[in-house]
Design a binder for this molecule. Sequence first.
Ligand code: B1M
Length: 214
Amino acid sequence: LPLLERLQARIVEGERNGLIEDLEEARAQIPPLEIINEHLLAGMKTVGELFGSGQMQLPFVLQSAEVMKTSVAHLEQFMEATGEDGKGRIVLATVKGDVHDIGKNLVDIILSNNGYDVVNIGIKQPIATILSAAEDSGADVIGMSGLLVKSTVVMKENLEEMNSRGKSGIPVLLGGAALTRSYVESDLADIYQGEVRYARDAFEGLSLMDQLMA
Ligand code: B1M
């Protein structure tokens, strides 16, 4: 297979032998972020389709995710950073009951490389923990990620909890595959007393942060 197709196939097949060599070869041709966005994520999309249609079993999905994470960890060091800092602080978490963190961690990388201070508190985080992390770190924004359909319900409950605790002064950024723009911008925006925004991907997350912090 040609290099870029081979990289995509590595994600789908969970094959890490020779991975770093292929990533280095790709890096000689295209920027690291483009390798991730255009090629590796295409592989993860295929994994999702195969898993969703019953053609791939969970342990293999996990292997694919590990290859994805190793790739991102390797490429991260070569990504361009703007050199800015102090643009604002965000607490990032995957919501309660949800272990998916590849997207959240990409958001972390993009925001960190673009001048934001990111407090990434990990996966399966209940709202109480997210709120205390925000308070302890003096966060300007709370970012929640979740990929399961049930996580969209958890996000709604989290916003209701923030309302009832009087924490709606903090803007909230939401992202993850099961969310839709209309669910966030209509349904959730009606519920939350503060500002809530939907980010389709990490770059939209960055531009929303820029808007929220302006
Ligand atoms: Co899971 N999984 N998984 N999984 N998994 C999905 C989400 C699923 C759609 C697959 C499918 O059925 N086709 C499905 C959910 C179905 C549903 O809810 N209706 C599913 C399921 C069912 C499950 C389990 C329940 C399976 C089981 O146990 N039977 C289980 C859940 C466990 C749990 O959470 N309690 C499970 C487990 C796993 C693995 C552990 C094996 C692994 C995760 C490993 C890890 O993350 N460390 C995994 C994977 C890899 C996937 C798929 C295949 C790929 C997800 C991924 O990493 N995508 C996924 C299929 C899919 O998404 N279509 C699937 C790449 C990533 C970069 O995209 O996270 O969407 P994403 O992030 C994007 C944007 O959404 C956005 O930016 C990113 C791109 O720039 N974004 C944000 C995300 N968060 C953001 C936050 C922001 C801003 C933007 O601001 C705060």
